[in-house]
Write a protein that binds this ligand. Structure first.
Ligand code: ADP
Length: 212
């Protein structure tokens, strides 16, 4: 199954993509993770996008599309995949349509106050990328990953100014995709305000009719 997870920052796309990826046995492809990994390793791509990502702006379409196209040419995506954070603009969606046929788009519905509360308390493991939240999902020991004992950090774009910018960018550039995919009859709205498990249940329900 070829899926797109669409929604504002902090909607829980990354967390849910991880859960659904395991459940369905298909890889999760997160453009945000790819960029963060490149920044961490200081690769040429990382150097190019570091400031853009830190500010919460979008990486240019051309660069992002070619990266995804390369990733989708690998063998492990034959059975399907979850695109988490891509496409994020109409030109990206149109480019994707040129080389892939998507089965469904999950549209995460999350109010702004929930988004801000989630992002400002989010902590990430520097070593394995596991996601925590200081109130909603605290690690057993403060600042330390439960899974690998790596140190937890706050993403630079989870500072309040960048959060506001990301919400703005989402509204202007990404929200038009809701209409785009609704018109193509691919969109499934899913509430994402309670727990990851509850949201996962809703996604399972939305995908039931599509299983191949
Ligand atoms: P979130 O959904 O929490 O904002 P992501 O991890 O999906 O975070 O993305 C982090 C950042 O990576 C974005 O703010 C943007 O700078 C960059 N990025 C990720 N995906 C894309 C994309 N499809 N197009 C352009 N930039 C992207």
């Amino acid at each position: 199954m070829k899926l797109i997870f669409l929604g504002p920052p902090g909607a829980g796309k990354g967390t849910l993509a991880g859960l659904v990826s395991k459940e369905q046995g298909i890889p999760q492809i997160s453009t945000g993770d790819i960029f963060r990994e490149a920044i961490k390793k200081e690769t040429p791509l990382g150097k190019k996008v570091k400031e853009i990502v830190g500010r919460g702006d979008l990486v240019p379409d051309e660069l992002t599309v070619s990266l995804v196209q390369e990733r989708l040419a690998q063998d492990d995506v034959k059975k399907g995949y979850i695109l988490d954070g891509f496409p994020r603009t109409i030109p990206q969606a149109e480019a994707l349509a040129g080389f892939q046929k998507i089965d469904a788009v999950i549209n995460f519905l999350t109010p702004d106050d929930v988004v801000i509360q989630r992002l400002s308390g989010r902590r990430i493991c520097k070593t394995c990328g596991a996601i925590y939240h200081v109130q909603n999902m605290p690690p057993k020991k403060e600042g330390v990953c439960d899974k690998c004992s790596g140190p937890l950090y706050t993403r630079p774009d989870d500072q309040i100014e960048s959060i506001k910018n990301r919400l703005d960018v989402y509204r202007k550039q990404t929200e038009p995709l809701i209409r785009y995919y609704r018109d193509k009859k691919l969109l499934h709205d899913v509430d994402s305000v309670t727990t990851p498990e509850q949201t996962q249940k809703l996604i399972r329900g939305a995908l039931q009719g599509l299983r191949k």
